[in-house]
Design a protein around this ligand. Structure first.
Ligand SMILES: [Zn+2]
Ligand SMILES: [Zn+2]
Length: 581
């Protein structure tokens, strides 16, 4: 398999050289070399050992030396240098159908686009088509290309999976004879990524369900079609399994297909200890074969002496013990959320005005929102300096007077600089109702330094919330290295809330960290980081993640009433202002 690896290295080198606008001859020589090695009928190592690599057409002296170096050391000095070039980070863009090197480098230089997500956002916002050598058609093609690219890359983000699952469920659920339909699996557990989609149905006419399910427009391939179970591959690349079940088994099946595997194993163990057997068909007494239930999930749990355990908790991470001892949390629900404390507007990189955001939030039943645009360090977003923020605060106050039925809080998402200082002076931060602090650059520092940086920012008395505390982008960027326990402890000490950023590619804090924060007594602010009215709807993924983190309404900052929230926000500054405190 060394042939492929070496060929891939040469291709990557050629890609980067192309992005760097290097000589065509050099680029071509790496490409030709890659192809020659990939097509070799035998192991490149044996060819080298026989001293015959130079005889292969397309491989000159310089490439032969590189091959020998890679075979000897596992890499080559030149390749390591290439990997450090800024253009190397752009390589995923080249794998998107429709994006060539000239475009990739143009996107990077003109718009600062590095990741596939950046590109998608820019294309959706219509920021590409006015560039040189672009146009609306090409922009559309790139969006399609991104879809195809994602299809090839395994697991899907929860939001994407959920939307597909709900589209299928809506279509099938409408059919006559369907009396119940559920999305099971990791979607139901609100896991941050999902592998495939499981849908369960009760229907008098299974045939009709299967007909409709397998012939939906969104289906690219029918993998299997049976009387009670069919599987399809959607054009988006997600597999969907649909089962038609009998009413008396439904609860057992729903429990079984919701998982997780670990939870199901723990459930079966518990059953065994009680002389019972649990399967997707029900709960049975092993000795008498008597069926103890299975029509509903409640029946399944009750047969095992347990109360209902919400799907989000089913990870075998203590939920059985808690259920057994009657100390399951009363998980936060969508209806508990009273506002959204993180969003952007046209003042920076958002698409709507504060007034439009507030009106949309009011429609969601919220009592308050905070407008939190970027500070000046986020140059690509047109971040605000102190003067601009002052004017923006005034504009927000004005909008607040004009819009009834919802309170618009003036805020900012201020950058945490590399030394832990904030991007804006205290006097302007003090004028904000809400200050969110966030790391948007300098991700690659060692853990100790990053932790110090964040703790220093939390000590600023004007900071209320730490945004997306680990900086990860699901499937795109690992979290930066930070001692999250130290951050949680500091947040508690300083009276700062940690954010659970509900943007689908962030979900940061993630579930287990939410649980740790809650246990430490730190409030969690579920913010959508909406850059447009439509993004406000992402709150559900934040709530789902908070539920996976065992959070109750009382743990959530934006489940507070407005007066309580105001108290929380003002407390820090007041405490500091009092001498001796
Ligand atoms: Zn941010
Ligand atoms: Zn933001």
């Amino acid at each position: 398999m060394e042939n492929h690896r070496i060929a891939d290295i040469f291709d990557e080198i050629a890609d980067v050289l192309e992005l760097q606008d290097e000589s065509v001859f050099r680029i071509r020589s790496y490409r030709r070399g890659a192809r020659a090695i990939r097509d070799l009928p035998e192991d490149v190592r044996t060819l080298v050992e026989r001293g015959e690599l130079l005889k292969v057409p397309g491989i000159g002296k310089s490439l032969t030396e590189k091959v020998e170096e890679i075979l000897g050391t596992g890499t080559s000095e030149f390749y390591e240098k290439i990997k450090k070039a800024p253009e190397y980070k752009l390589l995923p863009l080249l794998r998107i159908p429709g994006v060539g090197p000239r475009h990739a480098i143009q996107f990077y230089r003109v718009l600062g686009i590095v990741t596939v997500d950046d590109l998608e956002e820019a294309a959706r916002a219509g920021r590409l088509h006015d560039l040189e050598r672009m146009g609306e058609k090409l922009e559309e093609r790139i969006l399609k290309g991104i879809e195809q690219y994602r299809r090839r890359t395994g697991r899907f983000r929860l939001a994407e999976g959920m939307l597909h699952a709900e589209a299928v469920a809506a279509k099938v659920g409408k059919l006559k004879g369907v009396t119940r339909i559920d999305i099971a699996g990791s979607c139901r557990r609100m896991k941050e990524t999902i592998g495939d989609i499981d849908i369960l149905v009760i229907s008098k006419s299974a045939k009709k369900v299967m007909d409709v399910f397998t012939s939906m427009k969104s289906v690219s391939e029918v993998i299997a079609r049976g009387a009670t179970k069919s599987s399809v591959l959607l054009e988006a690349g997600i597999q969907v399994d649909l089962r038609v079940l009998r009413r008396e088994n439904y609860g057992a099946a729903l429990h079984y297909f919701t998982g997780s595997k670990d939870h199901n194993v723990a459930i079966r163990d518990r059953a065994k200890r009680r002389g019972l057997r649990v399967s997707e068909y029900g709960v049975f007494n092993v000795e008498t074969a008597e069926r103890l239930g299975g029509a509903s999930e409640e029946e399944v749990f009750a047969a095992l002496g347990l109360p209902f355990i919400p799907p989000e908790l089913r990870e075998n991470s203590g939920e059985l013990e808690a259920a057994d001892e009657g100390r399951l949390p009363r998980l936060v629900e969508a209806g508990d959320i009273k506002g959204d404390l993180h969003m952007h507007t046209t003042a920076t990189d958002g698409r709507n005005t504060p007034r439009e955001m507030a009106v949309a939030a009011r429609r969601l039943g919220y009592r308050y929102v905070a407008i939190t645009d970027h500070s000046k360090a986020v140059r690509v977003a047109g971040g605000l300096d102190a003067e601009e923020l002052r004017a923006h605060i005034e504009a927000i106050r004005k909008a607040n007077k004009e819009v009834d039925g919802i309170e618009i809080l003036a805020g900012v998402e201020v950058d945490i600089m590399k030394d832990g200082g904030l991007d804006l002076p205290d006097d302007v931060l003090r004028q904000c109702d809400v200050v969110i602090a966030a790391v948007h650059s300098g991700f690659n520092m060692p853990e100790a330094r990053m932790t110090r940086r964040i703790l220093k920012a939390l000590e600023n008395e004007n900071v209320n919330i730490l945004a997306h505390p680990t900086g990860r982008l699901i499937g795109e960027r690992e979290p930066y290295e930070v001692d999250i326990e130290a951050v949680i402890a500091a947040a508690r000490k300083c009276g700062v809330a940690l954010e659970l950023n509900a943007f689908p590619d962030r979900l940061d804090l993630k579930d287990v960290h939410c649980r740790a924060a809650r246990e430490a007594g730190v409030k969690i602010s579920i913010g959508t980081d909406a850059h447009a009215v439509a993004h406000l709807a992402n709150m559900r993924y934040g709530v789902g993640t908070a539920r996976r983190g065992w959070c109750e309404a009382g743990d959530i900052l934006n489940a507070m009433t407005l007066p309580k929230l105001r108290k929380f926000l003002a407390r820090r500054r007041r405490d500091r202002a009092k001498p001796g405190v």
